[in-house]
Design a protein around this ligand. Structure first.
Ligand SMILES: Cc1cc2nc3c(=O)[nH]c(=O)nc-3n(C[C@H](O)[C@H](O)[C@H](O)COP(=O)(O)OP(=O)(O)OC[C@H]3O[C@@H](n4cnc5c(N)ncnc54)[C@H](O)[C@@H]3O)c2cc1C
Length: 418
């Protein structure tokens, strides 16, 4: 990688002895034109720029963000990573991402703190037991690890979990993906930004796209921004909850709804929770950060909105459910909560691919579960933009599936997609 200072034990010693740390990425100013513009410096946009440069030799690239890099959902999520989705198309895409996670710190020479501590998905009803077991069999056919634990086995794996029969949400068993886990979300954005910048990619913050310009044939020619016009014949939009707003600038109507989704953290405590625990039924999930805070997430608000606050009742219901499963958390105080705007599709699967507008590509619809996909999403989106044709893993996730009816229905499969 060009111009990239290496992190190593030796460099740590040198910097510990007083050598100043250099900037991690260049503070780029917009040029008049680029080969490719990526709208959105979240994990997906930054990963796309990195793979464009690293794997396709496309380095005259700008990533534009209306705020700061990683300030969208990438820096707001609860960092759950897993690949045990039901549909073959989804499982293949998320497994592609999981394999990239496994080597990501080494690839990017940056510690993204990927921690495969296991993701436990609880079943509280007989229907959920059947659904999770179906998932497990389907995943095994796809070569993806997923196993069934009895309540006693679940309690052995996660001793703080209350598997008593008197609970309001009794635990009848759980599906466990041992390779699932968490990573440090900011570090992922920083790692991709640093590596992309080293290849010459310009990351331009505080630069909102306000219009997409097109020529008489309809092909894109660039964007108008709050920092002036910037030309490009290829534009990739990865703007999460605001994707439909950006795509409307090019005249493309997206099958997306944007909802607030919240998370909250407790005060830090000593290690108590060795894995990630998810409950789709009560819609709550929890893990413990390396700082000791319990990281808790719930469901989306019931109605669409661009308010990043989210309804208080959602957090209250999430906490009530968490306390049923973990009575020992009852005396913990919550430190802070926040929200992000997630972009959901009717089948709760993402959209990655070309669009009816020449030179315009889109990567969105990851809804409540796109952090885990970040490396895989960027990898297949970069190939799609570089070749002007969908990467084979992205091909089923085309925009036109909402016209052809070839949906990838993870909504019915999982009810929730964290
Ligand atoms: C509370 C919460 C919990 C979640 N938990 C999980 C989880 O546990 N596991 C999981 O896998 N996923 C989770 N997700 C979902 C995950 O965070 C997202 O799917 C993923 O981070 C999306 O990444 P992105 O790069 O596409 O979007 P973002 O990180 O949101 O980046 C989009 C960027 O586009 C920029 N942008 C928007 N409009 C414009 C414009 N006009 N001009 C320029 N820039 C623009 C924004 O400023 C933003 O930085 C969660 C989300 C939330 C909100």
């Amino acid at each position: 990688m060009a111009h990239l200072s290496k992190f190593s034990f030796l460099s740590l010693l040198r910097h510990g002895a007083g050598k100043a740390w250099s900037r991690q990425w260049r503070d780029a100013q917009p040029k008049a034109a680029y080969d490719v513009i990526i709208v959105g410096a979240g994990g997906h946009g930054l990963a796309t720029a990195y793979y464009l440069a690293a794997e396709h030799g496309v380095r005259n690239v700008a990533v534009l963000d209306k705020g700061w890099l990683g300030g969208g959902n990438t820096g707001r999520n609860t960092t759950i990573i897993r690949s045990n989705y039901l549909r073959p198309e989804s499982a293949a895409l998320y497994e592609h991402a999981l394999k990239l996670w496994e080597g990501l710190s080494r690839t990017l020479n940056y510690n993204v703190m990927y921690s495969p501590r296991g993701v436990l998905k609880l079943a509280h009803t007989h229907h959920e037991v059947q659904v999770e077991k179906r998932h497990i069999y389907a995943n095994r056919l796809q070569g993806i690890d997923n196993e069934w634990l009895t309540p006693a086995e679940a309690a052995a794996f996660c001793p703080v979990l209350d598997v008593g029969e008197r609970s309001r949400h009794p635990i009848l068993g759980a599906a466990l993906q041992r390779r699932g886990g968490v990573a440090r979300h900011d570090a992922v954005a920083w790692a991709y930004a640093r590596a992309a910048s080293a290849y010459g990619v310009d990351i331009i913050q505080n630069c909102a796209v306000t219009a997409v310009t097109r020529d008489v044939s309809g092909a894109v020619t660039g964007v108008e921004t709050t920092r002036g016009p910037i030309g490009a014949v290829r534009i990739g939009v990865a703007a999460a909850g605001h994707t439909s707003v950006v795509m409307a600038m090019a005249g493309v109507r997206m099958p997306l709804e944007s909802f607030p989704l919240q998370a909250l953290v407790s005060e830090p405590v000593k290690p108590v929770l060795p894995c990630v625990v998810m409950s789709n039924n009560v819609h709550a999930y929890v893990s413990q950060s390396d700082k000791g805070e319990l990281v808790i997430g719930g469901g989306t608000d019931a109605y669409t909105s661009y308010s990043q606050a989210g309804g208080l009742y959602v957090s209250c219901e999430t906490l009530a459910a968490i306390l049923e499963m973990f009575p020992s958390f009852r005396r913990l105080r919550m430190l802070r909560n926040w929200g992000g705007i997630v972009d959901t599709t009717p089948d709760r699967s993402p959209i990655v691919g070309t669009t009816p507008v020449t030179g315009l590509y889109v990567n969105c619809g990851w809804g409540t579960g796109g952090f885990k996909a970040t490396p895989g999403s960027g990898h297949v989106f970069a190939a799609t933009i570089a070749r002007d044709a969908p990467h084979p893993l992205a091909a089923p996730f085309s925009l036109d599936r909402f016209a052809t009816g070839r949906l990838i229905d993870e909504a019915a499969a999982a009810a929730v997609a964290h």
